[in-house]
Design a protein around this ligand. Sequence first.
Ligand code: ATP
Ligand code: MG
Length: 317
Amino acid sequence: MIDVQHVSKRYGGYLAVEDVSFHVPQGQILGFLGPNGAGKTTTMRMITGYMPPSSGTVTIAGYDIFSQSLQARRHIGYLPETVPLYTDMTVRSYLDFQGTIHGLKDPHKRGRVNTVIERMRLDEYADTYIGKLSKGYRQRVGIGQAIIHEPDVLVLDEPTIGIDPIQVVETRQLIKELGQDHTIILSTHILPEVSMVCQRVVIINEGQIVAADTADSLSAKLGGPERVRLLVRGPAREVAGAVRDLPGVQTVEHEATGTEGVDRFLVACRMGRDLRPQLAAVITQHKWDLLELQAIGMSLEDIFLRLTTSEELPANA
Ligand SMILES: Nc1ncnc2c1ncn2[C@@H]1O[C@H](COP(=O)(O)OP(=O)(O)OP(=O)(O)O)[C@@H](O)[C@H]1O
Ligand SMILES: [Mg+2]
């Protein structure tokens, strides 16, 4: 449905996106995951035809986004990074206006506006000025304008950014519902969001794809706590040695706590390994006191580091 082939984008001398290729089959929700500046927005602008790639091609439903842009664009709904919402229009009049832009005519247009209001659960706010809506509801209007012309492909650029946690949950639910009858690509810099909403994930960093996988398999690979913090009363050197000898442990960093005989250890585990039970066991076997054991999630930066350097790690697991 969405086919991206060897797409690159150069801003002046700066290569923002480099040789990116992926395919999204009909009916799939693909997560496009990457940190700030990775090239997500740039790629999405090229997919939606808002900006030409420096090289490479994009086809939507078989239509080339540039040489057959009218046909291709008819299939696409786009939620840009910043939606140009008109704050002095009501939700209903704005959606009606967007319908007109897409060439819809009454009474079909009126019907579509009502359907979108219902589907985005905006009924209560249909006649409210957009300027008075909370950020989460504005985002729903943004998604609403993207689906007004019944496109089968949706491109959503960070649809949950900057909205409160409750609305994040609801927005994710809405996107999942849209996934039942749309092919979707959404960008995010939140790893758990991908596993909650998407079936597949493409990870981009510094303009290049560093991983492409199913969301399940990626969560399994990255699912362990990866880093565990221990607070132990015992002989620091021996504790560190015993922990380091556990299969699956990569590094052990030790730091003093200021309390005599009590030390903190930061244990990095091999990708996907949950070593908390083994760590607890080894401490208690030696009759040291385990005062704290805490799993620390990986940051997105850690993940990129792992994904890009995992081949070179020692095979001690
Ligand atoms: N119009 C532009 N001119 C020059 N450089 C740009 C332009 N737009 C983006 N860039 C640069 O290209 C790189 C990729 O930017 P892009 O906005 O695509 O990243 P992103 O993954 O969407 O980031 P974010 O998570 O912050 O939205 C960044 O280094 C950015 O500074
Ligand atoms: Mg962006």
